[in-house]
Design a protein around this ligand. Sequence first.
Ligand code: UD1
Length: 339
Amino acid sequence: MRVLVSGGAGYIGSHTVIRLIDAGHDVVIVDDFSNSKPTVIGRLEGITGVHLPVHSFDLTDVDKTEHLFAHESIDAVIHFAGFKAVGESVSKPLDYYQNNLDSTFSLMRAMDRHDVRTLVFSSSATVYGAEPQLPMTEDLPTSATNPYGWTKVMIEQILTDIAASDDRWRIAALRYFNPVGAHASGEIGEDPSGIPNNLMPFVAQVAVGRREKLSVFGDDYDTPDGTGVRDYIHVDDLAAGHVAALDRIAKDSSPISIWNLGTGQGVSVLEVIKAFEKASGKPVPYEIAPRRVGDIAASYADPSRANSELNWYATKTIDDMCEDTWRWQSGNPNGYPDA
Ligand code: UD1
């Protein structure tokens, strides 16, 4: 298939581009580079050995999106593009709703008009809300605790309604748990702008000496060691899950499917620190800080639906995730170069 990857220069998008090409698909990227660097494209071309067509614009621009579909041959879309910082979404809700919803509307309209009805959407385990039942199964009710999370809930609802309106659609919503790690080459990885919000990039920046110490947000949760428990999944396993979902929906008869992509294993903050120290050989100094508002004690997937229906399994351990993150971070202490 010729696959349009929106947000293809981003963290998960870039790893998925590599997996798509490995699986024999062709890729077209659309990215506005608002939260990614153009230098990632050259690295992707170096790894894959293929030229990657890139369209640099914001998908909320309806005319440009229409023009893209009119001039490129596209069989399917993987839609990663979107704003994703939880804290920022609380202070700028209108930006989040407008950007994440308008870009999806613009994309879906253009797809419909050009008879492209195969879509894989980046959703999140955040749709399981504030008090999830564990492990999380796809049929639990959805809700959110912040505007970012609500955009995922809303887009899932919109896609469900679109799929119900016309059975030619083939849509997958993939609920990611906590993506971490980097490509085995060390050339592609997560490059957050500013102070990282998420645990793994923060730990990596402490280990490489860019930040002094980590704040562990709470050690009094009802978990084995008191720190938050998450289902960390290697970004390359996650990328493989997209290819598996795309192949499945292209053959499937159901207009919409939802799959959790996680390992099913919970790992605590202190366990991540320990694994990272082992992988890097560097100390990760930390202090215990108050709980972060909106955090839950534990989150982990029941990945059995994706295991059985996609024949997809997360294969990498937390040690693999830390080793690959360290290779990326130590080789690129300041992330991607500007040019
Ligand atoms: C967060 C978002 C989630 C989003 C996901 C995207 C919140 C409340 N949730 O998930 O909606 O889909 O990122 O990747 O922001 N931690 C520390 N110190 C730090 C950073 C994190 O102790 O400096 C702890 C957290 O309390 C948590 C764990 O590490 O227990 C993982 O945190 P994080 O990487 O931010 O992911 P989530 O909160 O699970």
